[in-house]
Write a protein that binds this ligand. Structure first.
Ligand SMILES: Cc1cc2nc3c(=O)[nH]c(=O)nc-3n(C[C@H](O)[C@H](O)[C@H](O)COP(=O)(O)OP(=O)(O)OC[C@H]3O[C@@H](n4cnc5c(N)ncnc54)[C@H](O)[C@@H]3O)c2cc1C
Ligand SMILES: *[C@@H]1O[C@H](CO)[C@@H](O)[C@H](O)[C@H]1NC(C)=O
Ligand SMILES: *[C@@H]1O[C@H](CO)[C@@H](O)[C@H](O)[C@H]1NC(C)=O
Ligand SMILES: *[C@@H]1O[C@H](CO)[C@@H](O)[C@H](O)[C@H]1NC(C)=O
Ligand SMILES: *[C@@H]1O[C@H](CO)[C@@H](O)[C@H](O)[C@H]1NC(C)=O
Ligand SMILES: *[C@@H]1O[C@H](CO)[C@@H](O)[C@H](O)[C@H]1NC(C)=O
Ligand SMILES: *[C@@H]1O[C@H](CO)[C@@H](O)[C@H](O)[C@H]1NC(C)=O
Ligand SMILES: *[C@@H]1O[C@H](CO)[C@@H](O)[C@H](O)[C@H]1NC(C)=O
Ligand SMILES: *[C@@H]1O[C@H](CO)[C@@H](O)[C@H](O)[C@H]1NC(C)=O
Ligand SMILES: *[C@@H]1O[C@H](CO)[C@@H](O)[C@H](O)[C@H]1NC(C)=O
Ligand SMILES: *[C@@H]1O[C@H](CO)[C@@H](O)[C@H](O)[C@H]1NC(C)=O
Length: 618
């Protein structure tokens, strides 16, 4: 179960196609990128095409703070400043080698988010960091970095991390970064698919230890009732444990170790409860944050209402550092979940598999309108299709009612001969249903994805639904794997006035395609896979869903027209609020609001902006 990390996904390696430009040219860029990774090369260097532009300060630049200034800074922080040592550096150097016990255990647990989260700078999506310090077994040949290669460099891991436990440390860190014009990043858990919590030469604010949490009665003009206050470091499993203790329900993610009020709520993330209660961001009552000037302030419907609007869905690392949020709590509800997995093979052919899938997708509107949510995967494993329903969740629904609702699809599957042995169970509270239904997922470091929403208008029409289904199968057959969600937003959600992507409000399906590779793959192969996602496969889905969008936190790193895809018609207002609150660009992240005013000097594989390069104003 849940073997994203260890399962070697087999993809057919066919001949190169014209659409992918993996020429000797891009090999040169790869090499340039590689040697650029070594610190000595980078010091004091600006790449040619960025000459004369206003870049952030980097180590070796004349405007980089002196060691005395760093030391003084550490004193104002009461010693909370950490010089980054990449976790995998223990695998390199004189004392240890790739087969030392410390290194072995790191390799074995590299995909375990619980452990990586405890490190000040480790992240999931290391590709964009440059993969400059990997356990040797995972060192990518395609960047010409491997065990026998050049060992361990800092890459895009930040120079320094502030292990914050107080608001004043956050204020000091923002002020220091702003005054010295240093790139500032915020790491909470490091889950982000876009590696948004690293940056070359950065100072990082690490919010993981801001674990304040309490259950309170909230009174305001808009809402009077139970609520929770959650510090920036509180994770989904901790938030649900609090909810369970107080016999309430919180709208939160399925991912166990994700940060509840970090990138998840700020990015407008989805929940197993979205079909009945909408987005988690819809239930935020008040936000405390430190802004780009270093001011500690509150955003709610009456104070800084523009920030309050923008932070609820406009994206992390954009408007300030959130220190805590107050969030509405719902009454306790029962829930029923169903899990199963199946694999093609023998008389269960791939055609039969897709026929069965179609029977389910044909009923997406029905299930979403019952308030259900499902999250499942369809992957290539050893030449077969492996499909696992992580969980199909029926909130506020008894097992009896749930079984009756799925009976027509189950009957159809039986007639097709689907090997279907589900585990179905009713729980009297959501946190328990979630705990069983959503075991901790591994951090898949060798993965890149793209995604798209499929709106109701497309899926309720027999013709366009069939076309969508075919396009999903087509992308799978071409070599991608799939992560699928069936959900809706409940009636009335479209009028909620926050920065959640308006395209979320009328979806019935959210589909993610992903590719994986192995460390021994060639640059040409990985480049083709990556370019296929963006330039060949996702456009097929986009063509069928004009005017829709996707979820920023689970999207293509280089999503074309990302402003439109992530924010729709809300983008101009978000950009205006960004200019008002952060005109100098203290906060930056890949494809965050306002990031189009900046560029990075180098690319990985010839087409992916490298976080391991200078960030400069355009
Ligand atoms: C295994 C897994 C499961 C997931 N499950 C779900 C799910 O169920 N639903 C869903 O919608 N998404 C899910 N996601 C996506 C997840 O919500 C995003 O990756 C999100 O960005 C993670 O936020 P974080 O704060 O935990 O991580 P980080 O990577 O540390 O931060 C993400 C972004 O938010 C910024 N940020 C973090 N904290 C703050 C803060 N206090 N103030 C300002 N900016 C901040 C960071 O700078 C960065 O830009 C999942 C991802 C993974 C890998
Ligand atoms: C900051 O100070 C603490 C306490 O003196 C020390 O342990 C730590 O190494 C210092 N950090 C840096 C980057 O020097
Ligand atoms: C490795 O050992 C050599 C020789 O003893 C020494 O000069 C060098 O500094 C050491 N390097 C590290 C990273 O410890
Ligand atoms: C990950 O590590 C944590 C902490 O050591 C452990 O409790 C958990 O079981 C591990 N998870 C997996 C999937 O191995
Ligand atoms: C490691 O990288 C070097 C340099 O690119 C290459 O020659 C060698 O074959 C690689 N080794 C492995 C095991 O992939
Ligand atoms: C960060 O701070 C917390 C709280 O003080 C402490 O428990 C933890 O050990 C620190 N982590 C590191 C890596 O310094
Ligand atoms: C949950 O179900 C009860 C009774 O079936 C119903 O009254 C209530 O409105 C439902 N709640 C939600 C949020 O759908
Ligand atoms: C495959 O064979 C098994 C055993 O004979 C049978 O139960 C199942 O229905 C068949 N499935 C298909 C898809 O024909
Ligand atoms: C379904 O979509 C097709 C293709 O866009 C369109 O021609 C047709 O009119 C639609 N059918 C209905 C019932 O709306
Ligand atoms: C759509 O397909 C269903 C099932 O095949 C059929 O019952 C329905 O009449 C079709 N709707 C339209 C508008 O063609
Ligand atoms: C890219 O897509 C094309 C067309 O589907 C396919 O032929 C090729 O094998 C793909 N390349 C990779 C590396 O997946």
């Amino acid at each position: 179960m849940h073997q994203w990390f260890s399962a070697r996904v087999i993809l057919l390696w066919l001949q190169a196609v014209a659409v992918v430009a993996a020429t000797s040219n891009s090999n040169q860029e790869i090499r340039a990128g590689l040697y650029g990774l070594e610190r000595n090369h980078l010091e004091g260097r600006k790449t040619d095409h960025l000459q004369g532009k206003k870049c952030k300060a980097y180590p070796g630049d004349s405007d980089w703070p002196s060691s005395q200034q760093w030391q003084d800074f550490n004193e104002t922080l009461e010693g909370a400043l950490i010089k980054t040592v990449p976790e995998a550096s223990r695998c390199y150097g004189n004392a240890t080698t790739g087969d030392s016990p410390e290194c072995q255990s790191l390799s074995e647990t590299w995909g375990n988010s619980s452990l990586r989260i405890e490190d000040p700078s480790s992240i999931r999506s290391v590709l964009f960091q440059g993969m400059t310090c990997m356990p040797p077994a995972f060192a990518p040949n395609f960047f010409s970095i491997n065990a026998t290669g050049k060992a361990c460099a800092l890459g895009a891991y930040p120079e320094y991390v502030v292990n914050v436990t107080s608001v004043s440390q956050i204020q000091h860190a923002i002020n220091f970064a702003r005054e010295h014009d240093i790139r500032l990043v915020i790491k909470n858990t490091g889950h982000d698919f876009g590696a948004k919590s690293v940056g070359k030469g950065a100072l990082s604010i690490w919010t993981h230890h801001l674990k304040e949490k309490s259950f309170n009665w909230y009174e305001s003009k808009e809402y009077s009732g139970p609520s929770v206050k959650l510090g920036a470091g509180v994770q989904v499993h901790e938030a649900y444990a609090l909810a369970k203790r107080h016999e309430v329900t919180l709208v939160g993610g399925e991912g166990k170790t994700v940060g509840h009020v970090g990138g998840y709520i700020q990015g407008g993330g989805h929940s197993p409860l979205t079909s009945i209660w909408g987005m988690a961001a819809d239930h935020v009552l008040s936000i405390d944050l430190v802004t780009a000037t270093g001011a500690f302030t509150t955003a709610d419907p009456t104070t800084n209402a523009d920030l309050f609007w923008a932070i609820r869905g406009g994206g992390g690392s954009t408007f300030g550092v959130v220190t805590s949020m107050v969030i509405k709590a719902f009454p306790q509800i029962k829930a029923t979940t169903m899990r199963y997995s199946m694999s093609t093979g023998g008389n269960f052919t791939q055609d039969k598999f897709w026929e069965a899938q179609k029977a389910y997708v044909d009923n997406f509107e029905y299930y979403a309108d019952l308030g259900y949510y499902s999250y499942y995967r369809i992957r290539h494993v050893n030449g077969q299709i492996f499909h696992d329903m992580t969980s199909w969740v029926a909130p506020n629904t008894s097992e009896t009612v749930f079984r009756a609702s799925i009976a027509p699809v189950v009957e159809r599957w039986r007639s097709i001969g689907v090997p279907f042995e589900p585990i179905i169970r009713e729980y009297d509270n959501f946190p328990d249903a979630w705990a069983d239904g959503f075991p901790q997922e591994p951090w898949t470091w060798n993965m890149r994805q793209a995604s798209r929403f499929f709106p109701r208008s497309v899926l309720s029409n027999n013709t366009t639904r069939a076309a969508s289904f075919n396009a999903i199968r087509e992308v799978f057959d071409a070599g991608a794997n799939l992560i699928m969600f069936n959900m809706r937003n409940p009636p009335g959600s479209a009028t909620i006035d926050n920065a959640v992507n308006p395209a979320w409000r009328d979806i019935l399906m959210f589909a993610i395609m992903f590719v994986t590779w192995s460390p021994s793959d060639t640059p040409k192969y990985v480049t083709q896979l990556s370019r296929n996602l963006t330039y060949a496969w996702n456009p097929k889905w986009k063509a069928l869903t004009p005017g829709s969008g996707t979820y920023m936190s689970e999207s293509d790193y280089i999503e074309p027209d990302w402003q439109e895809s992530f924010h729709g018609d809300k983008y101009p207002r978000l950009y205006e609020i960004k200019q008002k609150w952060d005109p100098e660009g203290v906060f930056y992240a890949q494809n965050a609001v306002g990031s189009e005013d900046w560029e990075m000097g180098e690319t990985l594989l010839g087409h992916l902006p490298s976080q391991n390069s200078r960030l400069c104003r355009k």
